[in-house]
Design a protein around this ligand. Structure first.
Ligand SMILES: NC(=O)c1ccc[n+]([C@@H]2O[C@H](COP(=O)([O-])OP(=O)(O)OC[C@H]3O[C@@H](n4cnc5c(N)ncnc54)[C@H](OP(=O)(O)O)[C@@H]3O)[C@@H](O)[C@H]2O)c1
Length: 215
């Protein structure tokens, strides 16, 4: 059993990770601005803004693992990278691993091929800024952190999100920075992504690395 803090643990990805973690007996703490309509039993929910360093520090105090599940949208549409950099600094100082809910765009369709983000022409223009901001976390910000920070960036398959149905199949495929279903980008439901995500936390086999989870 570990003490796991999930920053943004009431969102689409975060709430699935919270449910999976709590279901396995981990002691889970969540930070978000509002409380969930359907809280997970046994989880500690803290209300606060991740843009406020003191709120972040309070949420990660005593944690053995920290999960970043914020999104580069809404109130964080301009500050997402700064907030994640502050979080990374605090987690590094705490000496615990950081697992980041990432995006699909920084995966490669095949070994050695360009990452999807290098050509966004197939994606609606209104999402380009959001995609690039999320991509910068793994392309620039996490690699620039001190070596002492143990991070894992966990990309989902292309079809993942609140707009899609999320059935639990109980299985997933794990890849590195090459998408596990390159031919069509693949899909992963939130419960199965969370299953793979918490397996990664429990096994602790990856360090300063990008991985991806797809069906
Ligand atoms: N296929 C893909 O590549 C794909 C698809 C979907 C998502 N993603 C990635 O997954 C990550 C999570 O996305 P999501 O869809 O799960 O996001 P989401 O549903 O919007 O959830 C965001 C979470 O962060 C919290 N939050 C937002 N602003 C906050 C603030 N200022 N302070 C504290 N908490 C705050 C929200 O709660 P409050 O609003 O109550 O604060 C919520 O818990 C993102 O990096 C996203 O890019 C990737």
């Amino acid at each position: 059993m570990s003490r796991i803090t999930v920053i943004g643990g009431t969102g689409y990805a975060g709430s699935a990770i919270v449910a999976e973690s709590a279901g396995r007996g981990h002691q889970v703490t969540v930070l978000s601005r509002s409380l969930p309509e359907a809280p997970v039993s046994g989880v500690t929910y803290l209300q606060g803004d991740a843009s406020d360093e003191a709120s972040l520090a309070r949420a990660i105090e005593g944690a053995e693992v920290v999960v970043a599940a914020l999104a580069p949208r809404g109130s964080l549409s301009h500050t997402f990278r700064d907030v994640n950099r502050t979080l990374a600094r605090l987690v590094d100082a705490a000496g615990v691993p950081l697992y980041v809910v990432g995006g699909y765009s920084t995966l490669r369709p095949a070994p050695g091929a360009d990452r999807f983000v290098t050509d966004l022409s197939g994606y609606p223009e209104q999402f380009h800024d959001e995609i690039r901001m999320g991509a910068a976390i793994i392309l620039e910000d996490l690699p620039a952190t001190p070596e002492s920070l143990d991070w894992v960036f966990v990309s989902p398959a292309l079809r993942f999100g609140a707009f899609l149905p999320g059935e639990r199949t109980g299985s997933y495929r794990l890849g590195d920075e090459v998408a596990v279903a390159p031919e069509d980008g693949g899909a992963i439901s939130a419960p199965d992504y969370a299953l793979g995500f918490v397996d990664l936390i429990e096994k602790g086999e990856y360090h300063r690395a990008q991985v991806n989870i797809g069906h």
